[in-house]
Design a protein around this ligand. Sequence first.
Ligand SMILES: [Zn+2]
Length: 129
Amino acid sequence: MTTDAPPPAPPPPVPDELWVRLGRSAFRARFHLDARDRAYLEAKGVATVMSHAADFIAGRLAPAHPARDGRQTPWRGHPVFVAQHATATCCRSCLEKWHHMPKGRALEPVEQAYILTAIRIWLDRERAR
Ligand SMILES: [Zn+2]
């Protein structure tokens, strides 16, 4: 007999206030997709790019003590990397400062889902620019 796991909790909504705060940061606001990022996003499709995002978050951010924390997210080379810098989801210090996710413990699935939601919203906004 198998027991079904409960459905995962939905992530908390990304507050509008986050986008206001990010917009006030000259550092965060300067990140945008370039032509190459846009072409990649359109060629691969948002769903595939978001599956890459899920892998990046799970592998590079979610562990309690990520490898090379603070330097694990390249500045360019994938639209999600750019989105991570723009949304302050690039390393555990930024997640703690901007998103109140404490360092030193693994990220919960619901926190990873929240990060992915923020990245998705940012990518959608960039595509609409
Ligand atoms: Zn960071």
